[in-house]
Write a protein that binds this ligand. Structure first.
Ligand SMILES: Cc1ncc(COP(=O)(O)O)c(C=O)c1O
Length: 379
């Protein structure tokens, strides 16, 4: 089975471990194990886990963990939760289980590429709902309605959105749900960046608004436990869960029982983690906002939630060249717009260290000045 190259993963995989200043990261500053255990007040926890048999875990996920995940939503029984290896595995399993050749899938664009390339791989007719800067990167719901038509099998959204940081509010989510109900389609809502509103109230999960929702999320982005490689699928649709379980037998058996215990500890302390992480993204957002406002060659639709923004730059230089020069000449890593098939933009993450962000932006401005003056000192 052929797959399209996953452009952002290829680019990140090539450079992310060797750069000095990484402004491409999408997770809120990942914890060290020690920091995490200290934050939740359980520094002796590994000692407590010493008698845990390192056997296969439960196929659907550790029961206590499924219960905790279910409690994040309104009226969701633990049976509506399946533990996965990150949101990437969750999304994969949803497409693998529900999409058949010839199904129509409507997916947003630009987006995390998995959300439109993978259904195509499974033989779907994928229609792209283009998000436009002029609309604040929010979907045009009339256009969505036209694309969905009568026969769509699935609509795919990502809220908060990677790469733009756009945020659909409760009303927009309800309208999308109404369209799905009319069409008899499922809504896959990738909520990997859930809960990271830069200002204002937390937007509800699609699952709490829509019976046709299949929600994916993980411990990576908002919860800073990327290295656990754990996530989940949540749905109230019994027929969906049945398909997911049937397909998952062929891919996973179970997640790591050891890591599921750490994940459980995280959810028992989830608001404490959010408190830490919201303060990081809100503080760093201000640093980035000041830079964009003072940098004449860059402008943006400010992100409303999450850890990433998708500014535009006003220079006649291909985005890949800009990113590679930043890496090679300034030691700064951003993701070029071409990884999202959108020239003239770059994705920048603001969930990491504030100091790294400040210094990275300073060097980015240096490169912009050199490019602007046509000075090509290093190449
Ligand atoms: C929208 C979105 N979904 C899913 C993922 C996969 O992340 P993970 O598997 O670490 O949860 C990413 C990672 O960048 C993402 O941005």
């Amino acid at each position: 089975m052929k797959v399209d190259p996953f452009l952002v993963e290829r680019f990140m995989g090539k450079y992310e471990h060797d750069v000095e200043l990484n402004l491409a990261e999408t997770c809120v500053k990942p914890f060290t194990l020690g920091e995490f255990l200290r934050l939740v007040g359980r520094e002796d926890y590994l000692e407590e886990l010493k008698d845990l048999p390192l056997t296969y875990g439960y196929v659907e996920g550790l029961p206590e963990l499924r219960e905790r995940v279910a409690k994040l939503y309104r009226d969701l029984p633990p049976e509506g939760v399946l533990i996965t290896r990150g949101a990437i595995d969750a999304n994969f399993l949803v497409f693998f289980s529900l999409i058949e050749p010839g199904d129509r899938v409507v997916s947003i664009f630009p987006a995390y590429q998995q959300l439109y390339s993978l259904p195509k791989t499974f033989g779907a007719e994928v229609r792209l709902l283009h998000l436009r800067e002029a609309d604040g990167w929010l979907p045009d719901l009339d256009e969505l309605s036209r694309l969905v038509g009568k026969g769509a099998k699935m609509m795919v959204v990502n809220n908060p959105h990677n790469p733009t940081g756009a945020l659909l509010d409760g009303r927009a989510l309800e309208e999308i749900c109404n369209l799905a109900e009319e069409a008899g389609a499922y809504v896959l809502a990738d909520e990997s960046y859930y809960g990271l509103e830069i200002s204002g109230e937390r937007v509800p999960s699609m699952l709490d608004l829509c019976d046709r929702a299949v929600v994916t999320r993980s411990f990576s982005k908002s919860l800073s436990l990327t290295g656990l490689r754990l996530g989940w699928i949540a749905t109230k649709r019994e027929e969906v869960m049945e398909e997911l379980l049937g397909h998952r037998d062929y891919t996973t058996i179970s997640a790591s029982i050891l890591l599921e215990h750490l994940a459980l500890l995280a959810l028992e302390n989830v608001e404490r983690i959010y408190e830490r992480n919201l303060s990081i993204v809100r503080e760093n957002f201000e640093v980035l906002r000041e830079w964009v406002e003072s940098e004449l060659l860059v402008d943006w639709v400010p992100p409303r939630a999450g850890t990433v923004a998708f500014p535009r730059y006003h220079l006649n230089v291909p985005s890949e060249e800009l990113a590679l020069r930043l890496i090679r000449e300034k030691g700064v890593f951003i993701v070029p717009g071409c990884c999202f098939e959108m020239e003239g933009h770059f994705r920048i993450g603001f969930g990491g260290s504030g100091e790294e962000l400040r210094e990275g932006l300073r060097r980015f401005s240096d490169l912009l000045r050199e490019l602007e003056q046509g000075i090509d000192l290093v190449r």
